[in-house]
Design a protein around this ligand. Sequence first.
Ligand SMILES: C[S@@+](CC[C@H](N)C(=O)[O-])C[C@H]1O[C@@H](n2cnc3c(N)ncnc32)[C@H](O)[C@@H]1O
Length: 246
Amino acid sequence: MNQLHSPARLDLERQELRFIRSDLLAVKAIIANRRLALAKEILGNKKLTPFDFGISADEGRMLLVGEGNFSFSLSLVIQNPKVARHVYATAVEKLSDAPDETLQTCRELAKLGATIAFGIDGTTLEQKFPIGFFKTIVFQFPNAGSRASAGGTTANHRLVSNFLCSAGRVLEVGGQIIITIVDNNYYHGIFDLKRAAESAGFKVESAFPFFRSHFAAYRHTNTKPTASALQSYRSCTTYRFVRARI
Ligand SMILES: C[S@@+](CC[C@H](N)C(=O)[O-])C[C@H]1O[C@@H](n2cnc3c(N)ncnc32)[C@H](O)[C@@H]1O
């Protein structure tokens, strides 16, 4: 009998495969536990009531990044008309690419007194706004539109890390950064907000439940027309970041 296929050799190979399989399962379990631990750590300080965007906009200039169809900003301003002059609603897309419906929403926002800007990249805000200009900077449901990983990080983690870094430059002393994401282990894993915050000199100070239904005019925009996390997941969390003490 060929030595390569002897029963003893086959047994050995099967044994090795079993070891590899159990190693893989162990690695998967470690990753799942780490994600869960991170989610719990961040959620440890979760408030019972939603973050009050209206009160924050009343306190000073509020920049909204990645607004897509601008309907979240419009909803915020309709509900809190006196804060309109503090609201700077922006999208990364070009004005020339904006659909009519988005332009109509922008006209309404401008009429109410808000400032609108297109072509604003949330990762290079300091190129468009003065240092320390905003009291609050908001990115609702950031999404890079790519699931690609590079150098051990996801495109979404890089987007929020670079956003936090850039936002930190145009944020006033004592200011806050607000990010809302879908609340499940997968999204906690791909954004890894805690690590993104640390790399930008921030910390997650608190977390709040987020309910789309509280914003009547809000129609969530997808980064890609086919993919909306919000269609499948109902639970969302708003995170408040403040500068970490050095
Ligand atoms: C899931 S959509 C959410 C849109 C909107 N904030 C909402 O809640 O409906 C993600 C948004 O992130 C925007 N985005 C992606 N990369 C960005 C960047 N570098 N700067 C600003 N916005 C970005 C996309 O254009 C898209 O509008």
